[in-house]
Ligand binder design. Structure first.
Ligand code: GAR
Length: 216
């Protein structure tokens, strides 16, 4: 079976992109990144892609007449490169519903909270302010409503009394790096069934704590 072709969209540092690059470097991994797209020309993730020999391009909305035109250019690049799955990896702009509808069931996102809690920005700060005892991260399908699509995989991480926004972000990030390649693998291996907007996974093994959901 040929590798699933990924297009990764970023806005900055690109550590989740790096986790995907590293996973794809394993010859047994069933996906490959064919293009990385950033909305910021100075995103370090573009460097990471180029260092790995992956096409890396930036698109500026300012150079387009509208948000729709800007997203149509991104869409065209993804389709030209034969992308089969779009991975949002710290892409910090809200995508328009036309773009999202064009990739429905073929676009996923990683979000630094236990969705459906804390959609949007400043997730760690808000979890701390609410006195939560756990936070986490989620990989989910992208739908037009922000951070609301079917959940593929999640990790729950305990919050300590002395955690700050920064320490929590540092604690969660390594879990993101495990979760994202695992979600891509599940999709590439066609182990996901979407029934009534709920993800059912064949042979789900929690990538972090061991097997929590034996084969369904
Ligand atoms: C990650 O923590 C990711 O979950 C978050 O941005 C960070 C990007 O880091 N994404 C969102 O908040 C999306 N709403 P990275 O550039 O090092 O991967």
């Amino acid at each position: 079976m040929s590798n699933l072709k990924l297009g990764v969209m970023i806005s900055g540092r690109g550590s989740n992109l790096q986790a995907l690059i590293d996973a794809c470097a394993d010859p047994g991994f069933p996906a490959e990144i064919v293009v990385v797209i950033s909305n910021k020309a100075d995103a370090y993730g573009l460097e990471r892609a180029r260092m790995a020999g992956i096409k890396a391009v930036s698109f500026s909305q300012k150079k387009h007449s509208s948000k729709e035109a800007y997203e149509q250019s991104i869409d065209a690049e993804l389709r030209d490169m034969g992308v089969e799955l779009v991975c949002l990896a710290g892409y910090m702009r809200i995508l328009g519903s036309d773009f999202v509808k064009g990739w429905i069931d073929h676009m996923i996102n990683i979000h630094p909270s236990l969705l459906p809690a804390y959609k949007g920005l400043n997730t760690h700060k808000r979890a701390l302010e609410d006195g939560c005892r756990f936070t986490g991260c989620t990989v989910h399908y992208v739908v037009p409503d922000l951070d609301s699509g079917p959940i593929i995989s999640q990790a729950a991480i305990p919050i300590s009394m002395d955690d700050t926004n920064e320490t929590l972000a540092d604690k969660v990030l390594p879990y993101e790096h495990k979760l994202y390649p695992y979600a891509v693998k599940l999709i590439a291996e066609k182990r996901i069934n979407l029934i009534n907007n709920v993800v059912h996974i064949k042979g789900y093994e929690d990538p972090i704590n061991g097997v929590i959901n034996p084969a369904v």
